[in-house]
Design a protein around this ligand. Structure first.
Ligand SMILES: *Cc1c(COP(=O)(O)O)cnc(C)c1O
Length: 407
C-alpha cells in the first residue's frame, strides 16, 4: 500500500472491524476548538473527542511536553519507574484525597483495576463472602468484560457468554433501591457522580451522601468513576469535591491526557496496600510519554483561572441553548455540570438525538449524543467565547433544519 493511495471513509468498511460507524468526513488537522477535514472544511468542536481534548487540539503545552519527552525516553515497562510518572503521581495525590496511584492506558483499564482492588481488599479484610458489586442502571464504566458487566446497560454485556458474577444494578438517584440490596456482603459500590453516557444525569447531593453512608454502614468501598466527569470537566479538578463526600477509590482518564491515552486509579494507602507485587499490572501503564503529557495538561487545567473559566463557559453554553430553545422549542431541559452538558429533547423530538448530531456536522459543528434523547456537549475547557458563539450559530442552523424536516 503506497502513501499515495486515497484514504476515504469507504476504506473503513474494507479494512476495519465494523464495531463503529464513523461519520463520513475524515478530520486531518486540529487547532484549539477547530478541526479541518480532508477537503479543508472547518468544524467547531463541541465534542472534544468525547470529553477528552480538554485543552483543545494541539495545545502548545501538550505539544511541547510530548516533543520534549519524545526526544528523551519513550518506554521502560513496569520493571522500572520513571520521572514523569512519579512527578504526576505526586501532583495527583497532592491535589486529591488519594495517597496512591495506579496507572492504566484507558478508563476501562482504570476501572478494571479499581474493581479488582475492591474485591481483593474485601477478600483480605473480611473474607470471601464479601464480593457483591453494586452499580447503577445506565451507568457506563468501559468495555472490558468486567467493567461492561458492571455498567448498567445489559445490551452492551449480553452476547459474550458467561459474565463475571456478583454484580447487581439499582436505580440511580434512588437511595431506597440501593439500600434494599446492600448488605455486609457488599464489597463495593461503583458510581459516576454525574452519569455521562447514560444521558448526562447528575447524582443529587443527598443521594451521593446517602450512598457514602450506606457504604460506611456495610464496610463497602465507594468507587467514583470520574473518567468523564473528572479533570476539570465540572469546574473543580474532580466532581467529588462539589459533593461534600469523598470516595475510597477514584478513576480518571479521558481529559487526564488531553488526547494522549492514559488512565489512573487513585486510592488511599490502606486500600492500595492490597495490590501487592504481582497482583495486577500493565506493560504500558505509567509510560513516560503519557505521564509527561498529563503533567503538562494538569499544570494548565488545575488552576483557578481555567476551573473558574469552566463555570463561566457553562453559563455561555446554557444561555445559548436556552435561546435556541425559546425559538424552536426542542429541549425539555438543559442539564449537567460545567462543560459536561446535555440538552434533553422534548417529547416531540424524543429518539432523534442523532438527527441533530448529523445536522450539526453538516452545519460545521461537532456535538455528541448521550443515548437517543440527549444531545451532549463536552468541549475544550478553554474554548474561546467567539468559538462558542460561532459554534452555537451553526448549531442553531442544524436545529432549524431538524425542526423543518420534522414539521
Ligand atoms: C469513557 C468512559 C469510560 C471508558 O473509558 P475508555 O477510555 O473508553 O476505556 C469509563 N467510564 C466512564 C464514566 C466513561 O465516560
Amino acid at each position: 500500500m503506497s502513501d499515495a493511495m486515497p484514504v476515504t471513509r469507504a476504506l473503513f468498511d474494507e479494512v476495519m472491524v465494523p464495531n463503529y460507524n464513523p461519520a463520513a468526513i475524515i478530520p486531518v488537522r486540529g487547532e484549539g476548538s477547530r478541526v479541518w477535514d480532508q477537503d479543508n472544511r472547518e468544524y467547531i468542536d463541541f465534542a472534544g473527542g468525547i470529553a477528552v481534548s480538554c485543552l483543545g487540539h494541539c495545545h502548545p503545552a501538550m505539544v511541547n511536553a510530548l516533543t520534549e519527552q519524545a526526544n528523551k525516553l519513550w518506554h521502560l515497562s513496569n520493571v522500572l519507574t520513571n520521572e514523569p510518572a512519579l512527578r504526576l503521581a505526586k501532583k495527583l495525590t497532592d491535589a486529591t484525597f488519594a495517597e496512591r496511584v495506579y496507572y492504566a492506558n484507558s478508563g476501562a483499564e482504570a476501572n478494571e483495576a479499581a474493581l479488582k482492588l475492591a474485591r481483593r481488599y474485601a477478600l483480605d479484610t473480611y473474607g470471601e463472602q464479601k464480593q457483591e458489586i453494586i452499580a447503577f442502571h445506565k451507568g457506563f464504566h468501559g468495555r472490558t468484560f468486567f467493567t461492561v458487566t458492571v455498567g448498567g446497560q445489559a445490551a452492551y454485556s449480553d452476547g459474550f457468554g458467561p459474565k463475571p458474577g456478583g454484580v447487581q444494578h439499582v436505580e440511580f438517584n434512588n437511595l431506597e433501591s440501593l439500600a434494599a440490596v446492600m448488605s455486609d456482603k457488599t464489597c463495593a459500590v461503583m458510581i459516576e457522580p454525574l452519569q455521562g453516557e447514560g444521558g448526562v444525569v447528575p447524582g443529587t447531593k443527598e443521594f451521593l451522601k446517602g450512598v457514602r453512608e450506606l457504604c460506611d454502614k456495610h464496610n463497602a468501598v465507594l468507587i467514583f468513576d470520574e473518567v468523564q466527569s473528572g479533570f476539570g470537566r465540572t469546574g473543580t479538578l474532580y466532581a467529588y469535591e462539589q459533593t461534600g463526600i469523598t470516595p475510597d477509590i477514584l478513576t480518571t482518564a479521558k481529559a487526564l491526557g488531553g488526547g494522549f491515552p492514559i488512565g489512573a486509579m487513585l486510592t488511599t494507602a490502606e486500600i492500595a496496600a492490597h495490590l501487592k507485587p504481582g497482583t495486577h499490572g500493565s506493560t504500558y501503564g505509567g509510560n513516560p510519554l503519557g505521564c509527561a503529557v498529563a503533567e503538562a495538561v494538569m499544570a494548565v487545567v488545575n488552576t483557578k483561572e481555567v476551573l473558574d473559566g469552566v463555570k463561566e463557559r457553562e453559563q455561555w453554553f446554557r444561555a445559548a441553548l436556552e435561546k435556541i430553545n425559546e425559538k424552536y422549542d426542542v429541549f425539555a431541559e438543559i442539564r449537567g455540570q460545567g462543560l459536561l452538558l446535555g440538552a434533553a429533547l422534548n417529547d416531540k423530538y424524543k429518539g432523534k438525538a442523532r438527527e441533530f448530531l448529523v445536522a450539526g456536522a453538516e452545519a460545521g459543528v461537532m456535538v455528541l449524543v448521550a443515548g437517543m434523547d440527549v444531545i451532549r456537549f463536552t468541549p475544550s475547557l478553554v474554548i474561546p467565547e467567539t468559538d462558542i458563539a460561532q459554534g452555537m450559530a451553526r448549531f442553531e442552523e442544524a436545529v432549524a433544519k431538524v425542526v423543518a424536516a420534522n414539521s
